[in-house]
Structures are given as structure tokens and as C-alpha cells.
Design a binder for this molecule. Structure first.
Ligand code: FMN
Length: 371
């Protein structure tokens, strides 16, 4: 299919761009290749400024209490995101929250305060956990796959209730509230945007009921389309609307050969011990669901070198090739590209200067052709 194919999901809104905040060490690939990406706050402040000046709408911070796969140091996402909000003017920070360690009353209050300080530039990504060793390390009870999603859904319902209602009362299995009124309410209307990560049946059903955004791992266009069709159908039946963000590790170079050579070098220099350790931990994600599907359920060694399957999306090549593939993703219903890069600062700038203008041009051409 080419980018000219149209679909029922088509929107006139320009596709949005987010990047993974490297607030954990080792960059976004589990490889010993040289990376000019750092997890420290000075690097990240500058990166956030480069991103907002190069057309990026969002930055997504990660939550990890401990990790193998080279991500040995991890900064806490709420506080780290605040540092990036302070350094920027337009960029929106999507802050990862992990139900279990995070309680919705504390999270709702922290995020409402950030939302006030930074004029509505904060969103949340509710993640559900896949790393059993991490839960054990911090003494947090480990729930079965679908139970984790039942808790995440209650967490999201609690956030929404606290942010939008006075005298909020909620009787869940995991969380309870009685006549609780948060003051001040967030400035974002109707509330800060709620993203979620995960793509198993339970994750999709949760998205189709309560999330504003569904984030999924890298995949082929066919793989993404199958998920999108499924979620759109389910959310429509629920009278709910959910937007879609897909992960991609982007390697844009002047020639396709250069871009492919970088991918090959990343894979050749992969750290096998770390990748295999990660492969064994992620069996607690999609594979542990009742249907055995979801994130990482079918990932190969090579896929896992980018720890959210980002090579599979194939945004690897020349600026034009990448722009055409992005516009094609938009035509199958993708609203946002969540990106990662080898050398974040240099490559986000290259992307903004060389790829984004072609994306906007193609979007425009496509719109004129359908009018
Ligand atoms: C874009 C994205 C971001 C995520 N960020 C985190 C994170 O910061 N911390 C974390 O523990 N899990 C994170 N996850 C993992 C998910 O919350 C979820 O536990 C995992 O994808 C398994 O989902 P599944 O079994 O429903 O497919 C993320 C997932 C995605 C797709």
C-alpha cells in the first residue's frame, strides 16, 4: 500500500511526534555501539529544547525502579519531567506512573500541581508492569497479568474521578475513595491526557473503555492495523474514543545504505547477555496473558535489541522513505509516532529539519487530493 491509500480513520490533524526521554542509562538500544545519548539532566534539558524547536509535541518519561539490559541508572519520572517542563515552553511531558508503587490519590495531586505550574503541559502514561524481579526487589506484591490491568483500569477511573468530580466516591477492589474533593483541580480540560502502555487483550479492552491514548510497541503496518481496527471497533461499541501512538526507533540518514548499516552495527554490537535477560523477563508481559498475545509475545532476539520492538516499524532509511511510511501509518489510523534515536540530540534535530517538512508536505498533498 502507498501513503495515498485512504481509510475511514483519516483525520485532518497533523500526525504528532513524541520522543522517549532517556531518563534511564544506556540509551534506547541494548547494544555496545557508541551512543552520544546521556541519561543526565543537563543532556535531557537541552534535548527537550531541541525537540520543541524541531516540531515535537510530547516527551515520554519512563518508570523503572531497577533494570538489567544496560539501564542500570534510572531517574524518577515525575521529578525528572518537572526539570524538563522548567526548561521548555511548549513541549508536553507524559509522565509514567506505575500502579502499585503509585497510589492514585498521590499521583492525581502531584500531576494536578504540575499541570498548574506548567499551564497544562502534563499528561500521564499509566503502565501496568512486566518486570517481576523489580516488584520483588521493592517488596511490591506481584499480580497476574489481567489482574494488573484490572488495577490499572481502577487507577485510571480514580484519576479521572478525582480530577473532574467533587465528593468523589469510588468502591473498587484496589482503590476506595469517599467524598473526596481535590483542590485545585487541574487546569487541563477535561483533565490531563491519559496514555497507557501495553497491547494484550486486557490492555486493548482497557484502552477501549477508559484511556485517551493507546501506546503500543513497534510492529509492521499490518500488525499495527490489526490492533487499531480491533480497538476502534471495541471503543466505538463503548461510546469511547481513543487515539493511537506507535513506537519506532528512527534511523534517518542521507542514504538508505547508511541507515541500514547503522541498524546492522547496533545489532552486531548487541549485548547478548542483557538482551537474553530482558527476553526472559518480558515473558511476564503479553505471553503471560490468558491469550498469550501482546507486547514482546513474538519478539526475536534482534527485535529486543530495541526494547520496545522499535526496529519493526521500519522508520529506517532516507528522510523521504521515512516520511512516506509515517504518512502511511497515519492513513491506517496512527495519531502519534513515539520515537527513539541512537544519538538523540543530533538526530532529533536532523529529523526536524529533514523528515518532518516532507511529512507535512505529504499530509497537505494528501488532504488536497481528498478534497
Ligand atoms: C510506549 C510504552 C511505554 C511503556 N513504559 C513503561 C515504563 O516506563 N515502565 C514500565 O514498567 N513499563 C512500561 N511499559 C510496559 C507496559 O505498561 C506493559 O506492562 C507492557 O507493555 C506489557 O503489556 P501487555 O502484556 O499488555 O502487552 C510501556 C509500554 C509501552 C508500549
Amino acid at each position: 500500500m502507498s501513503y495515498q491509500d485512504s481509510s475511514v480513520y483519516e483525520t485532518e490533524d497533523p500526525i504528532k511526534f513524541a520522543y522517549w526521554v532517556p531518563n534511564v542509562s544506556g540509551g534506547l538500544v541494548v547494544s555496545k555501539i557508541e551512543q552520544r545519548t546521556s541519561w543526565d539532566v543537563d543532556y535531557n534539558r537541552k534535548l527537550a529544547q531541541i525537540a520543541e524547536n524541531n516540531g515535537f509535541d510530547y516527551a515520554l518519561s519512563q518508570i523503572r525502579f531497577t533494570a538489567g539490559y544496560g539501564a542500570d541508572n534510572q531517574h524518577e519520572p515525575v521529578i525528572f519531567s518537572q526539570a524538563l517542563l522548567e526548561a521548555t515552553e511548549r513541549l508536553k511531558l507524559i509522565v509514567a506512573l506505575l500502579p502499585g508503587p503509585w497510589n492514585p490519590a498521590v499521583a492525581a495531586k502531584q500531576i494536578a500541581t504540575l499541570d498548574h505550574i506548567y499551564g497544562g503541559r502534563v499528561a500521564v502514561n499509566v503502565v501496568s508492569g512486566w518486570f517481576r524481579g523489580e516488584f520483588k526487589a521493592i517488596g511490591e506484591p506481584w499480580l497476574d497479568h489481567d489482574e494488573r490491568y484490572r488495577r490499572s483500569e481502577e487507577f485510571i477511573r480514580a484519576l479521572k474521578g478525582i480530577w473532574t468530580e467533587d465528593d468523589f466516591t469510588f468502591r473498587g477492589d484496589f482503590y476506595r475513595f469517599t467524598d473526596y474533593t481535590l483542590r485545585p483541580k487541574p487546569v487541563s480540560q477535561p483533565h490531563p491526557e491519559i496514555f497507557q502502555g501495553g497491547s494484550s487483550r486486557a490492555a486493548r479492552d482497557m484502552a477501549a473503555r477508559v484511556s485517551d491514548w493507546y501506546f503500543t510497541n513497534g510492529n509492521t503496518p499490518e500488525g499495527h492495523k490489526a490492533q487499531i481496527d480491533d480497538i476502534r471497533e471495541k471503543s466505538a461499541a463503548n461510546g469511547h474514543s481513543v487515539k493511537i501512538g506507535v513506537n519506532a526507533f528512527i534511523i534517518a540518514r542521507d542514504t538508505e545504505e547508511e541507515a541500514r548499516a547503522v541498524l546492522q552495527e547496533i545489532i552486531d554490537k548487541a549485548n547478548p547477555e542483557a538482551v537474553n535477560g530482558f527476553a526472559s523477563e518480558v515473558k511476564n508481559a503479553g505471553k503471560a496473558s490468558p491469550e498469550g498475545e501482546g507486547n514482546w509475545a513474538k519478539s526475536t532476539f534482534e527485535d529486543l535489541v530495541q526494547y520496545n520492538d522499535g526496529f519493526k516499524t521500519n522508520l529506517i532509511g532516507t528522510p523521504r522513505q521515512i516520511a512516506e511510511r509515517i504518512v502511511h501509518l497515519k492513513s491506517i489510523g496512527v495519531d502519534l509516532i513515539l520515537s527513539a534515536f541512537l544519538h538523540f540530540q543530533e538526530e532529533i534535530e536532523y529529523f526536524g529539519k529533514n523528515v518532518l517538512p516532507i511529512v507535512r508536505e505529504l499530509e497537505q498533498e494528501h488532504l488536497s487530493a481528498t478534497l
